[in-house]
Ligand binder design. Structure first.
Ligand SMILES: Cc1cc2nc3c(=O)[nH]c(=O)nc-3n(C[C@H](O)[C@H](O)[C@H](O)COP(=O)(O)OP(=O)(O)OC[C@H]3O[C@@H](n4cnc5c(N)ncnc54)[C@H](O)[C@@H]3O)c2cc1C
Length: 432
């Protein structure tokens, strides 16, 4: 779709038909999205409401199925803030850890199981007016650690005060505490300069200055256990009637900014008496109140789904596909029928052959079958009796063989998969 979009340049297609993330022009705040929140803060305070910034919620006091208050760390002190309704956008893991009295052990365990991917930007000022026309470029070169480059000037010229210069944001995806995260700012700037040169974006000597911004918990991790953990947490939180979770880390959901805002807007409507299920935002295309079919003026947001990151689904890994193909399960019935038919036909044809051939040489051996097959003789009638018996025993043998073979193969595959899961988690940790 991206290639088609780039080559055809939307020819013959209306703006609505183009996937939202591929449109080539859009409104952008002059100095970045923070301007939206500055405007909202201004509106809240000019209405006479309180807005406390740089305050850490470190405890939620819970009683009788409700949140009674939150403890806020602010300006070197702590204070309790009571409320009738609470909306949380803090990471789910931290929220659960802050609840007092603590939730049941399995809920804490589920919260501890949630993982996050962290992120840092090395911003470099480059002594060049124009470097490239894109807003951002993903870097797939295995020779560098850099994952993406933002060209801030192309988002908005006002984001770079000196028009003769360019400011690039070199984005590194990492984990808090790993080698990249703990590297000094100076070394990170040097790494960024070197990597810009390696991928041919610009000569490192053109970089005149730089700074580093670290962003913990930039992405909620969708691993093989997060759904189960989140279900346990949601089950517990549903008992707190005046607490709603919104946003990205607030719901451990890969919401983009628009959907994060939408969850918060719907939460506000819920406080005013509506009944939206916030967990369905980014899952459903339509935002209806629960239990009612009407459209509550939200149809304009329904197209937002195309702007959201895809939810990864687990697919068998190549090694599993190889194992499954190499140790394909035997169909017990088919195998039993085949063995039964083969042995039945063998005895039938052998008997017929002996009848046609005449003589007694082999008769005494084949004739021994009457010890096992009552009524069997070397005759046409005996051939059919032999066919019936040997089909029956062949069928039983084939079925048992397939069953035992499947059982041990299943055990073997389970063992390999288990070892692989453990080692892939170890590889993942080693890799980072
Ligand atoms: C690198 C990157 C690029 C992105 N690009 C885009 C993009 O181009 N378009 C787009 O739509 N989205 C983008 N997103 C996603 C977007 O940033 C998020 O969807 C959005 O910011 C989520 O909003 P939020 O309010 O849930 O969380 P946040 O914006 O993270 O706000 C949560 C706030 O809660 C505060 N907080 C946390 N814990 C506590 C606590 N205990 N007490 C008090 N406060 C606390 C945090 O400090 C933070 O200010 C991007 C995200 C990343 C990481």
């Amino acid at each position: 779709e991206a290639m088609k979009n780039a080559l055809l340049k939307n020819r013959g297609r209306s703006r609505e038909d183009v996937i939202k993330t591929l449109i080539d022009s859009f409104h952008y705040p002059r100095l970045g999205p923070g301007m939206m929140w500055e405007a909202i803060a201004e509106r809240i305070t000019s209405d006479g409401s309180d807005l406390v910034m740089n305050a850490d919620v470190c405890r939620l006091r819970v009683s009788g199925g409700r949140v009674e208050s939150v403890t806020v760390r602010h300006g070197g002190g702590e204070r309790d803030v009571k409320g009738s309704h609470f909306i949380s956008s803090m990471p789910v893991r931290e929220l659960i850890r802050a609840i007092d009295p603590p939730p049941p052990d399995e809920v804490i365990e589920a919260a501890n199981d949630l993982k996050y991917r962290d992120f840092l930007t090395v911003s470099l000022i480059i002594d060049t007016q124009v470097l490239f026309p894109d807003n951002w470029i993903y870097i797939h070169d295995p020779g560098v650690r850099l994952g993406r480059i933002q060209n801030f000037k192309n988002w908005s010229e006002e984001m770079v005060p000196d028009p003769k210069k360019t400011c690039l944001g070199l984005e590194y995806f990492c984990f808090e505490g790993d080698g990249l995260w703990t590297m000094s700012d100076r070394d990170l700037i040097e790494l960024g300069k070197k990597e810009l040169g390696l991928i041919g974006i610009c000569d490192p000597s053109l970089v005149v200055d730089g700074t580093v911004v670290r962003m913990p918990k930039a992405y909620p991790v969708y691993d093989s256990t997060y759904r189960e953990s989140l279900a346990t947490i949601r089950g517990y939180l549903s008992s707190l009637s005046n607490l709603q979770l919104v946003g990205r880390n607030g719901m451990h959901k890969y919401n983009n900014q628009d959907h994060s805002m939408l969850t918060a807007m719907l939460a506000a409507r819920n406080i005013s008496g509506a009944n939206y299920d916030l967990w369905r935002v980014n899952t459903d295309q339509e935002y209806h109140e629960e239990g009612e079919a009407g459209d509550y003026g939200l149809s304009e947001y329904e197209g937002l789904s195309s702007t959201q990151p895809r939810v990864p689904e687990s697919v068998p890994r190549p090694i599993e596909q190889v194992i499954i193909r190499a140790f394909a399960r035997l169909d017990k019935l088919a195998f039993a029928l085949s063995v039964g038919t083969a042995t039945g036909l063998a005895v039938f044809l052998a008997t017929m052959f002996l009848i046609l051939k005449g003589g007694t040489g082999a008769h005494k051996y084949v004739g021994l079958l009457d010890q096992y097959f009552a009524g069997y003789t070397i005759s046409v009638e005996g051939a059919f009796i032999g066919l019936g018996y040997s089909f029956f025993w062949g069928f039983i043998f084939g079925w048992l063989f397939a069953y035992i073979r499947n059982f041990f193969t299943g055990l073997f595959i389970f063992k390999i998969k288990r070892e692989r899961e453990l080692s892939s988690f170890k590889n993942f940790i080693d890799y980072i």
